[in-house]
Design a protein around this ligand. Structure first.
Ligand SMILES: *Cc1c(COP(=O)(O)O)cnc(C)c1O
Length: 388
């Protein structure tokens, strides 16, 4: 009997070690891991460079309070601002803390310019921003909020793609539109580039802020460092997490200059957020992802993977409905419930993950090798054949 609460629907496998794209179970089986902790292990398991950098820091200093200067964090923040639209960074420990900080920053900005009544956040129905009280009510999901009332006020919603409703839902009280650049949990739904451009224009017109949640699709996952870069726009606030720690809990919120100016001393804080150990790992992840050609290679592998998946779709048109996603954030939408398919992939030693709308989420490490993609393709084809 497990002493753990039953809030997860766990699969009956445990692992004793991982190496790159592979996991080794306690009962001696080798799995191709295309879950990677849900886009967290951006550089695969037991990455030698991350191990080295983390050990180096672990021998020097783990944690000091944010009451003091933390040079490793100064460096990570500087590198993130140099690479993005952001002027400053607040470090957190997880994705949901980053999305919460994003919401707080948006409200605080309007407070700071004398418009505290502008405090409502407009979100997409059935999106995902994490599991705190504010974040679940931001998601507009019945399932996630069930039993957790009273409702946290301050969030309005529109449906994915409903442009008319979106424009009408913006009121005098709206502070920001918040959405995932690529919706992860709800089924790998990409917001098209022209829509992102439109969102930016709309926010400018209505003088509200644009928050793009890149917790899952950021840090190279899409083939760009941040996924909205494809649309050549600049958001105001961007929460990141998952991939930036490479497996170490690390989150951050990126702030534009005007928003950052509202976050005065004492306005927000975190005990653990931005400690030297986490910052060193974050810097080590960036060392790899910022390497020349790294993201180009993600795009190249993505192209190949999508090409091969589309070949399978053509061969099994009554099994696979759609191939979705960008970069190495890939969704395989089936016509039927995907759970049996996922189990069959697992039996063939390929680990994948569910998402909404009958989608199977495929999340290889960003440094996945071509022959590992080929192995996955072979297994997916085999399971399609069994379904046919
Ligand atoms: C995973 C995720 C979160 C929450 O991150 P946690 O680290 O689980 O709190 C928030 N937003 C998006 C888009 C995510 O995918």
């Amino acid at each position: 009997m497990s002493a753990l609460a039953k809030n997860y629907n766990r699969r009956n496998i445990a692992f004793k070690r991982g190496k790159g794209s592979f996991l080794y179970s306690t009962n001696g089986k080798k799995y191709l891991d295309f879950v990677q902790g849900i886009a967290v292990n951006s550089l695969g398991h037991s990455n030698p460079y991350l191990i080295k950098e983390m050990n180096k820091q672990a021998k020097k200093l783990w944690h000091v309070s944010n009451a003091f200067v933390i040079p490793e964090g100064e460096r990570l923040a500087r590198r993130l601002t140099k690479k993005t639209f952001a002027n400053s960074i607040i470090f957190q420990n997880s994705g949901v803390e980053a999305t919460e900080a994003a919401i707080k920053a948006a409200r605080r900005y309007f407070y700071s310019i004398g418009k505290p009544y502008k405090n409502r956040i407009l979100c997409i129905n059935n999106s995902f921003h994490g599991r705190t009280l504010a974040a679940i009510f931001a998601s507009g999901s019945k399932k996630m909020t069930e039993g957790f009332g009273p409702k946290v006020p301050g969030f309005d919603h529109f449906n994915f793609g409903d442009h008319e409703k979106l424009e009408k839902a913006i009121t005098k009280k709206t502070a920001a539109i918040m959405c995932e650049t690529i919706m992860g949990e709800s089924g790998i739904k990409v917001i098209p580039e022209w829509c992102l451009k439109g969102l930016r224009k709309l926010c400018n017109k209505k003088k509200i802020l644009l928050i793009l949640d890149e917790v899952q699709c950021g840090i190279g996952r899409s083939g760009r460092f941040l996924a909205f870069e494809y649309a050549k726009i600049k958001p105001d606030i961007v929460p990141i997490a998952k991939g930036i720690g490479g497996g170490f809990p690390l989150g951050a919120v990126l702030l534009s200059k005007k928003v950052a100016s509202a976050m005065s001393p004492g306005s927000h804080g975190s005990t653990f957020g931005g400690n030297p150990l986490a910052m060193s790992v974050g810097n080590a992840v960036l060392d790899q992802i910022f390497k020349k050609g790294f993201l180009k290679n993600v795009e190249k592998n993505s192209k190949y993977f999508f090409f091969k998946l589309n070949e399978i779709k053509q061969d099994y048109p009554n099994v696979i409905k759609e191939i979705r996603g960008k970069g190495l954030l890939i969704g395989l939408q089936l016509y039927n419930d995907q759970s049996i398919f996922i189990k069959k992939l697992e039996d063939e030693r390929l680990l994948t993950m569910r998402a909404g709308e009958n989608v199977i989420r495929i999340l290889p490490p960003l440094n996945v090798k071509r022959n590992e993609i080929n192995l996955a393709i072979k297994i997916i084809r085999k399971v399609c054949d069994q379904q046919n």
